[in-house]
Design a protein around this ligand. Structure first.
Ligand code: CIR
Length: 260
């Protein structure tokens, strides 16, 4: 893994985006602004080497813009449909399957009673961290782990159910390199991450933990200046993207695209 991405699937928010799920109380999103932020995100993907594959907005599922949760793609290896842990998002999977079948002849799929949101899946080189969350259960994680084994990819679980403020594992972790992780403080001392080079997210800037490495740059959300400075000091070039409207719906940078 850590191959270069050449494509990214995205879906803009629908007019009823504000009716999606959220656990935060920081206001209702402005859909017009969310659309402008989405366009800026797509421009940044295109600038950094990705063909942007735009799916139509889908008002049946207000959370459908968070395409990342519906599938896991291992570039050059295969793809797996998930089984989202939130009832209201279950139907998103069929819609993403149609898009993925153009690129992958077969798709694996998480089956009941397993549930898994791919926002809980963090790939770091030949190892994958799988969050056990209020969306992803142990059965879903075990199914994913078995599927990964055929590619020689190891995995382990990280239980995040006791950590406040993060919906998915990737709300608080990102892999910058196979052996270098961004971690929020609440995850930084977890034994799963022992031996990794860790870039800690400064207190108060936890939302920055959901950054995403895209080819030669790191996409970061606007508003985390101390974190940005840490990444720049390590030599990273940043694409700073305003995510204010997605944050209101518990979404981050990684959730808005499926990259391969
Ligand atoms: C949800 O609750 O499912 C959406 N409102 C947000 C999903 C964010 N996805 C992600 O972090 N991968």
């Amino acid at each position: 893994m850590f191959s270069r991405f050449t494509r990214a699937i995205v879906r803009p928010p629908s007019p009823n985006f504000a009716d999606g799920l959220t656990t935060v109380d920081i206001g209702r999103p402005d859909v017009a602004l969310a659309l402008r932020q989405h366009a800026a995100y797509c421009d940044a993907l295109a600038r950094n080497g990705c063909e942007v594959i735009r799916l139509p907005a889908d008002a049946r599922y207000p959370d459908a813009t968070f395409v990342e949760d519906t599938a896991l793609i291992l570039p050059g290896l295969g793809a797996m449909l998930t089984r989202p842990g939130a009832e209201s998002r279950a139907g998103e999977v069929d819609a993403i399957a149609d898009a993925l079948l153009r690129y992958f002849p077969t798709l694996a799929q998480i089956g009941a009673p397993g549930t898994l949101d791919a926002g809980d899946v963090c790939e770091a080189g030949e190892h994958v961290f799988i969050g056990i969350s209020h969306r992803t259960n142990a059965d879903g994680a075990a199914q994913l782990s078995t599927w990964l084994q055929q590619f020689g990819i190891t995995s382990c679980t990280v239980d995040i159910r006791g950590i406040d403020g993060i919906l998915h594992l990737k709300s608080g972790i990102a892999a910058l390199e196979p052996r270098r992780l961004v971690l929020i403080e609440a995850l930084a001392n977890h034994s799963a991450f022992a031996g990794y080079d860790v870039v800690r997210v400064p207190a108060g800037e936890e939302y920055g933990g959901n950054c995403v490495r895209i080819n030669d740059v790191v996409f970061v959300s606007a508003g985390q200046p101390a974190f940005d400075a840490r990444l720049r000091a390590l030599g990273y070039t940043l694409e700073v993207i305003d995510m204010s409207e997605y944050r209101k719906m518990d979404g981050g940078l990684s959730c808005l695209s499926l990259r391969f």
